[in-house]
Design a protein around this ligand. Structure first.
Ligand SMILES: Cc1cc2nc3c(=O)[nH]c(=O)nc-3n(C[C@H](O)[C@H](O)[C@H](O)COP(=O)(O)O)c2cc1C
Length: 280
């Protein structure tokens, strides 16, 4: 079978999970392609036997560019598909956000995989959470999930896929599902600081413009942000010259109010005894 995975990954966590799954598909004798979201077209989903979409969780949901890509797919009647995500402990509706548009395109979503990913976010309360994740154990789970997908497709039976999270493929009404509903891009632009550019540090390399997932940065000749910023802070966290800054005094408070250890334990998917700052 031909497997294609379209992957959005800024800091490499989701990409590592995809690469591990690809190894498992390859070992089972299947042909695999991993296509970065920015290069992906509808044809990538149309021209395969099993389609996967992977993403980090942003604001307890799937990031806007991933949702846009999925909404633009054609109807792919009964095409088998799977979804996967990495998150920092409050995944909310991220897997549902991936599965729902695929089902609207009449695809058969056979499994969803969720694991942890270290946070590279400039909000002081979030920086460095989930260190070292996904770790060896997380990647072993990803490998097992991919192997189970192969067995599922080969059997032709509607058997459950080991490691899948069917509970997360349904709409939920929990705290972080509600937080996701509230956290539209427009709302995030109101409550979180806009990345600001410091021309003294910038060498006009254009990295930020090419990396921005919503093409919101124009080089004229220095970077200028448009009004479509989704507050992913990739320009800030990844700039080779460290030429972006943000004022976190109020934004950090807003983030910590919703995304703290207690709430992630009560309403997210932190296990009892698991902490978000120390390695596990
Ligand atoms: C802008 C932003 C928002 C995030 N929001 C959440 C969130 O609401 N819940 C959560 O569990 N993790 C959140 N995370 C953590 C990421 O989902 C996690 O670090 C992920 O593994 C990053 O994947 P990547 O390395 O493939 O980009 C957020 C990270 C960023 C950068």
């Amino acid at each position: 079978m031909n497997v294609t995975m379209v992957v959005f990954s800024q800091t490499g966590n989701t990409r590592r999970v995809a690469a591990t799954m690809a190894e498992a598909f390859g070992e089972a004798g299947h042909a695999v392609r991993i296509v970065p979201l920015k290069e992906a077209t509808a044809q990538d989903a149309a021209a395969c036997d099993l389609f996967g979409i992977g993403t980090p969780c942003f604001s307890s949901q799937a990031p806007t560019p991933v949702k846009r890509f999925l909404r633009a797919l054609p109807v792919l009647n009964k095409r088998k598909a799977f979804v996967f995500a990495t998150s920092g402990g409050a995944p909310g509706r991220v897997l549902y956000d991936l599965a729902a548009p695929l089902r609207e395109k009449e695809m058969n979503v056979v499994g969803g995989f969720l694991t942890r990913g270290e946070l590279h976010h400039p909000a002081p309360s979030l920086t460095g959470r989930m260190p070292g994740r996904p770790n060896e154990e997380d990647l072993a789970d990803a490998r097992q999930f991919a192997a189970a997908l192969c067995a599922h497709v080969a059997s032709g039976e509607p058997v459950p896929v080991t490691g899948s999270r069917p509970d997360m493929l349904k709409p939920g009404w929990g705290f972080y599902d509600m937080a996701a509903t509230l956290s539209t891009d427009g709302f995030l632009r109101l409550v979180l600081p806009e990345p600001r550019h410091d021309p003294a540090r910038c060498n006009q390399c254009g990295w930020c413009a090419s990396e921005c997932p919503v093409d919101n940065i124009t080089m004229v000749p220095y970077p200028v942000l448009g009004n479509q910023c989704i507050r992913c802070y990739r320009c800030l966290t990844g700039c080779p010259q460290k030429a972006f800054v943000a004022d976190w005094r109020l934004g950090n408070l807003a983030v910590l109010t919703f995304y703290n250890t207690l709430f992630e334990r009560w309403f997210g998917d932190l296990e009892p005894g698991e902490t978000i700052y120390a390695g596990n």
